[in-house]
Design a protein around this ligand. Sequence first.
Ligand code: EPU
Length: 333
Amino acid sequence: MKIQENISLKQYNTFGIDAIAKRFVSVNSIQELKEVITAKKDVFLLGGGSNMLLTSNIEKLVVHLNLKGVIVNDTEKESVFVTAEAGENWHEFVIWCISQNYGGLENLSLIPGNVGTSPIQNIGAYGVEIKDTFHQLEALEIETGKTSIFTNEDCKFGYRNSVFKNELKEKYIITNVTFKLTKTNHKTTTSYGAIQELLTNKEQPTIKEISNAIIAIRESKLPNPEEIGNSGSFFKNPIIANKSFQLLQQKYPEIPHYIISETEVKIPTGWLIEQCGFKGKRFGDAGVHSKQALVLVNYGNATGKEIYKLAQKIQQKVKETFAIDLDIEVNVI
Ligand code: EPU
C-alpha cells in the first residue's frame, strides 16, 4: 500500500470538486483495510464519492475503498443471495444482476455510487429502496477492527436514512452487502407513471425492460455526473403536517404531494425550488439543473463552498416563501 500526498479528489467525487487530500491511500483487501485502521483511526473514508460535497481540503488520511468481487449463494428454489464487495460500482452491479435474471434491483438502475455506501442512505428510486431486497451487510468497527454483521432490522432503514447516518455515524466501515433477489416470479414495481408510459410490454415487463425504462427516465431528467458534476438530489423531500399542507394547498392549489399517513404529506422539493425561480439558474459554475430543480450542479470549476452557498440561498428562499425547512441530503464535508 502506498500513501500518496496532495492528491486532487476531483475524479473521486461525482460533484467534480477539486479538493485536495493531504494523504491518500487506496485499499484493495480487508487485510489492507485492517492494517490502515489499526495504524490510524482518524481516517476519511471514500467510496464512490457520489453523495458528498467537499467544501474544504481533507486533512485526515483519505482511505479509498477499492474492495471488489461478487459472490452468489444459490441454495434456495426461488431466490438467491448475492454478496457484493463495497467497492463495486452500484450500476454495474445492478446490470450484472439483471443479466443473471436476478430480480429486485432493476428500479435502482443508473444510481451513481458504490455498493458499500448504498445502505447508508437506503438509496431509493421509482417506488423501490434497497431495504426491500437487503439481506445483511458486513462492517468493520473502526475502534476495534472487528467485523460485525448487520441484518435489515439492525440497519434501521428509513427514507434516505439508516443507523449509519445516526447513532453509528463514522463508527463502521461497510465492507460488503448481501441482497436477497428473485430467480423466478419477480415482484416488479411499475406503478410510477413515467415507467408505465415507457413499457411496451405492460402486462408482464421483464426486469431488463424495467431497467431500460428507468435508465431512459433518469437520462432525460438527471445530469450525467461524467458530463456535469452533481450528487443527485441535493435535498430531501420534506414531510410536513397535514394541517400545514392544507394551508399551502389553499394558496397553491396545484402543489404536487404524496400522502404519507393520515397526518403527514410529502412535498417534492424540486417543485418548491422551481416555484422560487431557481430552476436552470447559474451562478458562476454553480447551478440548479434545468430539468430537475432538486439537483445542484457544478458546470466545471465550482468550489464546494460556492455550491453550499447556493444551497443556503435556496433554503432561505424556500423558507421565506413556503415556511418549509429543506434538509440537505448529501454529506457536506
Ligand atoms: N418537480 C417540479 N420541478 C422540478 C422537479 C420536480 O415541479 O424541477 C415536481 C413534479 O411535480 C414531479 C415531482 O416533483 O412530478 C417529483 O419529481 P421526480 O419524479 O423527479 O422525483 P423527486 O421527488 O424529485 C425522488 C428522489 C430521486 C428519485 C425520484 C424517483 C428524493 C430526495 N429524490 O425525486 O432520487 O430518483 O424520486 O423516484 O427522494 C437521489 O436521491 O439522488 C434521486 C435522484
